[in-house]
Design a protein around this ligand. Structure first.
Ligand SMILES: [Cu+2]
Length: 713
């Protein structure tokens, strides 16, 4: 093989110098090297995060998600920059929203509470009014750039810290819901925010096919909202348009989780950091963000997607049920705020007397302080309808049905509703926010019923790194790195013993132990129930020294004992002035962690210190591409002279192995595989001293590359 290779190099040697010249026309050089440490603050989030350290205790994807959310807040501005007059307009509006409840009026004149319903239990007309009010806020410029975007910007930066990772979580979001709803009711006084009871979808066989993601509800579950109620939002403000990327295995709220919360009686038992994992309201809510994916997957941007407010209205509904129980038991709801100034795990900004980060407003709250979200006034201000149940008749809604096996309502799928002759492809009476009426593009994102082998992966999710999708995410300058994912079939896969290496023709005796030994990583409850296969591997990349986030998926085939696929992650293009440091992680669709390995010298020991963090700089050698397809194609060498095609692993700087061991991988303090003294090594490990270019040491140019180069030239 080696001999063959040398000959081959010689033959191509003539063209090499020409080719190198061409290369610089279209791609910068860059080095990709592993970071063997994490930024100090990120590592401390990992070290102190709730339940971190043991992947058998909680789902790795959600544990990682919460930590990264805490970290990325530092990249976002905290509040929208509003002018003096805009601020006073905001104050006025919020102050007036309480007036009907707190004036000296007689009892009869006191305003009725705002009543919030499950979105599928509303009438179509009510739902249209709600979506219309949202669209009106999107074009209302009383706040800049528009009221919706200004309010969405409250949920970023330091406010994300105020609102999450501690006891203020439910109260802060309660105030936030009140604010958005107040502005919506300026547009239409009848409107309230519908809540999204996500366990109604979580109990479907295929949650991603829920009617919720039809055009008559929240619009498509994949990509930008080019159809559905928000179809004009991309035109109105391309910088804040949202994207979605549904992940079918990801855990939504479950009845068991809600019941666990409702069995507790004090807020300290359901809120971070003192709650136990099973009844942790904030932790359980994270699954909804990850399930929606895209913009919702990053707390700095999550509120740009209106489904955010319905997700949080359901969090609030659960909390309200909890508070009603407290009230019945004589527990003082307004003061049951679990604040302990001596507990270093609680962010200082969660001090109940500090501001919630919305601007100061008038009576009855002299300002929105963190404790105000716990106010008993809310018993009077807002009420929630119950989640539809089989007993009360799921049939109040055409979009739900009673699952007789569980005696609970579940959502209907879009195709089910269509089959019943109901049009959910358009919404009668909806007034899009844009001036120009755009031609509706009909897209069908339906998936078939689940098939055990060919996973119901939607190919529309497979290239989220397209410029369209990324445009809203902070930078226009993206580069692409190939990533390899090796998966090993997990033992709980439904037909595990039947196929390939584990089948009757091979009883496994001859297999390498690496192939047959598996850990017991915790997976989403959904996967346990459905014996689901993790065929869809999600890869996420977060900027560590800059504000960027991207997602990618690859598919693995669970019929095989081991399978390999290659995906491409998008990263901010580094400049000579600064590297792009990124944290990359991969999870199967059951939320289990895949372990990162960096392409490095064959000293595997150092892999123990590799957390999936990379530094990408403009130094040689070049290891990234200017486009998604170039990155993908660069990995394969397809010689023009009929020689053997090959995959050049040297060009894949990062590999994930989904091996299902339960070792915690993000902290030297917690991983049993790491020798702590080794951490004091030099900060950056240079992985490649040899110079090679995008197409490897050989300098071989494949026919495909030739085409590309000539196109550029
Ligand atoms: Cu939030």
């Amino acid at each position: 093989m080696m001999v063959f290779r040398k000959l081959y190099l010689k033959a191509e040697g003539v063209g090499l110098s020409l080719w190198i010249l061409g290369l610089h026309l279209w791609t910068a050089s860059a080095l990709v090297e592993p970071l063997t440490y994490l930024p100090h603050d990120l590592q401390s989030y990992f070290n102190t995060c709730h339940g971190c350290g043991d992947l058998t205790e909680q789902t790795g994807e959600l544990a990682f998600w919460h930590v990264m959310q805490a970290y990325v807040t530092k990249f976002a501005e905290t509040n929208p920059s509003l002018s003096e007059s805009e601020l006073s307009y905001f104050h006025e509006t919020i102050a007036q929203s309480f007036a009907p409840y707190h004036s000296n009026r007689s009892k009869r004149q006191v305003a009725a509470p705002r009543v919030r319903k499950e979105i599928r239990a509303m009438t179509d007309a009510e739902r249209v009014r709600y979506f219309n009010a949202l669209n009106q806020l999107k074009t209302n410029t009383s706040l800049s750039p528009n009221v919706y975007d200004a309010l969405a910007a409250f949920h970023q930066g330091a406010n994300v810290q105020r609102a999450h990772f501690g006891p203020a979580f439910p109260g802060w979001h309660r105030l936030y819901l009140w604010i958005l709803e107040t502005f919506l009711r300026q547009q239409d006084p009848q409107v309230t925010i519908p809540y999204w009871a996500s366990h109604l979808d979580g109990e479907m066989t295929t949650p991603t096919s829920s009617v919720l993601f039809s055009n008559a509800f929240f619009g498509p579950g994949f990509g930008t909202p080019d159809t559905g109620p928000f179809n004009s939002w991309r035109q109105i403000n391309p910088n804040t348009v949202f994207t979605r990327n549904l992940a079918e295995g990801t855990q939504l709220f479950t009845v068991a989780g809600i019941d666990a919360i409702l069995r507790r009686s004090r807020n300290r038992d359901i809120l971070v950091p003192t709650a136990q994992a099973d009844s942790d309201l904030e932790r359980l809510h994270g699954g909804g963000h990850v399930f929606i994916g895209g913009t919702m997957n990053n707390l700095n941007t999550a509120a740009r997607d209106p489904i955010f407010f319905s997700h949080h209205a359901f969090v609030d509904q659960i909390w309200e049920r909890f508070r009603l129980n407290q009230r019945a038991a004589g527990i003082p709801t307004a003061t049951d705020y679990p604040w302990d100034p001596n507990d270093p795990r609680i962010p200082a900004s969660h001090n109940p007397n500090l501001t919630a980060g919305f601007t100061t407003v008038g009576s009855p709250f002299d300002s929105f302080r963190q404790i105000d979200g716990f106010s008993d006034d809310f018993f009077q201000l807002v009420q929630y309808e119950q989640v539809p149940s089989c007993a009360t008749g799921c049939a109040v809604s055409r979009y739900l049905r009673c699952n007789t096996a569980t005696n609970r309502c579940v959502s209907r799928s879009t195709s089910e509703v269509r089959a019943a002759g109901i049009n959910v492809d358009t919404l009668q009476g909806l007034i899009p926010a844009g001036r120009k009426k755009r031609q509706a593009v009909q897209r069908n994102y339906e998936v078939c019923d689940r098939n055990w082998f060919l996973h119901d992966v939607n190919v529309n999710t497979m290239s989220p790194a397209s410029p369209d999708v990324l445009r809203n995410i902070y930078t226009n300058s993206w580069s692409y790195i190939p990533v390899k994912v090796v998966t090993k079939r997990p033992t709980n896969y439904i037909d595990f013993p039947k196929f390939s290496a584990y089948g009757s023709h091979s009883n496994g005796d001859n297999m390498k132990p690496e192939l047959t030994k598996v850990g017991t990583q915790k997976s989403y409850e959904y996967c346990e129930d459905h014996m689901d296969a993790p065929g869809k591997i999600r890869i996420v990349a977060y900027g560590l020294n800059h504000d960027a986030f991207s997602e990618e998926y690859v598919i693995s085939d669970n019929r095989l004992a081991v399978s390999e696929s290659i995906g491409v992650i998008a990263i901010r293009t580094p400049t000579p002035a600064g590297s792009s440091d990124v944290m990359v992680a991969a999870f199967d669709s059951c939320g289990r962690v895949c372990r990162p390995y960096c392409k490095t010298e064959p000293d595997t020991k150092h892999n123990n210190f590799f957390y999936g963090a990379l530094r990408v700089s403009t130094e040689s050698p070049s290891m990234y591409s200017a486009s998604y397809s170039d990155a993908l194609l660069s990995v394969w060498e397809i010689p023009s002279d009929g020689a053997c095609p090959s995959v050049n692993n040297n060009l894949v700087p990062l590999t994930f192995f989904c091996e299902y061991t339960d070792h915690w991988i993000w902290g030297p303090n917690t991983s049993p595989t790491i020798d702590v003294t080794e951490v004091k090594r030099p900060k950056v490990l240079i992985i490649r001293k040899k110079t090679y270019n995008l197409y490897g040491n050989s300098g071989v140019v494949s026919p495909l590359d030739q085409n590309r180069l000539s196109r550029v030239g």
